[in-house]
Design a protein around this ligand. Structure first.
Ligand code: NAD
Length: 257
């Protein structure tokens, strides 16, 4: 019960990494606010948690909208009386996001609004709640593409994740003496609905797989386990970290054949 007596809010918790994290956090004793723009999938996550004996509520919120971000924090506090863990996980990877030469302005704006502004708004409204609880842990989801470039470009996505990484670092410094920790989770490629279309194409799949030392993509639960560590008091001196969980992609020059 690594999160007993803790209240955690997770955005994008209707799918992939967010759902696995919500399930794991609840299993470890947290009361979980399961937020997603898609209420049906958030409700499904809650059902999975309740079926396993855990406690959670579903909250519909579009993280790119200030009113929704504010309301999701208020709803979590209203339900459980406090907020200890804020996991800004929601993000998109748009099929029309590609080279800087081809990516349209509307795709850029949409991606930055959800992936970067969404994390900003989560922190803007979530940090006061953490302070009211006497401190807490913020986990913002960046990506390994915040650390390295890809010839298979997704320019808006990469830029958004670079922003999440540097924003998280600054937050970690500003609030450190108020008992708030902030860390950026940088996953390598994970088999989730986010990458489903891309990874279903054998050529595009192999183009990426060759760069991953263990020779496989990550599973969502492997990110949830990393997030659990950052959420729990076991990581009490981990702050401002670029928490890379990428199977060694960023360490590799030549990978095994
Ligand atoms: P996913 O597509 O499985 O889940 C994302 C969830 O976010 C969905 O339930 C979706 O409805 C929700 N969402 C989308 N827009 C939203 C909005 N405006 N407001 C609230 N919720 C919204 O994706 P995933 O792979 O679990 O990704 C989770 C996070 O991890 C994202 O930030 C993603 O960029 C990041 N990430 C993923 C990978 C990967 O390979 N899958 C790698 C690095 C980083």
């Amino acid at each position: 019960m690594r999160l007993s007596n803790k209240v955690a809010l997770i955005t994008g918790a209707g799918s992939g990494i967010g759902r696995e994290s919500a399930i794991l956090f609840a299993k470890e004793g947290a009361q979980v606010a399961v937020c997603d723009v898609n209420l049906a999938t958030a409700t499904e996550t809650v059902s999975l948690i309740e079926a396993a004996g855990g406690e959670a509520i579903a909250i519909q919120a579009d993280v790119s909208k200030a009113a929704d971000a504010k309301a999701m924090i208020e709803a979590a506090e209203a339900a459980y009386g406090k907020l200890n863990v804020l996991f800004n996980n929601a993000g998109i990877f748009h099929a029309a996001d590609g080279s800087v030469l081809e990516t349209e302005e509307d795709i850029w704006d949409l991606t930055i609004d959800i992936n970067l502004k969404g994390v900003f708004l989560g922190c803007k409204y979530g940090i006061p709640a953490l302070l009211r609880a006497g401190g807490g842990s913020i986990i913002n989801t960046a990506s390994f593409v915040a650390l390295m470039g890809a010839a298979t470009a997704q320019i808006a996505y990469t830029a958004s994740k670079g922003g999440v990484l540097s924003m998280t670092r600054e937050i970690s410094v500003e609030f450190a003496r108020q008992n708030i920790r902030a860390n950026a989770l940088c996953p390598g490629p994970v088999e989730t609905p986010l990458l489903q279309e891309l990874l279903a194409d054998p050529a595009r799949r192999q183009r990426r797989l060759v760069h991953i030392p263990p020779g496989r993509f990550a599973k969502a639960v492997e990110m949830a386990q990393a997030a659990l560590f950052l959420a729990s008091d076991e990581s009490s001196f981990v702050n401002g970290a670029t928490f890379t969980v990428d199977g060694g992609i960023t360490a590799a020059y030549v990978t095994p054949e």
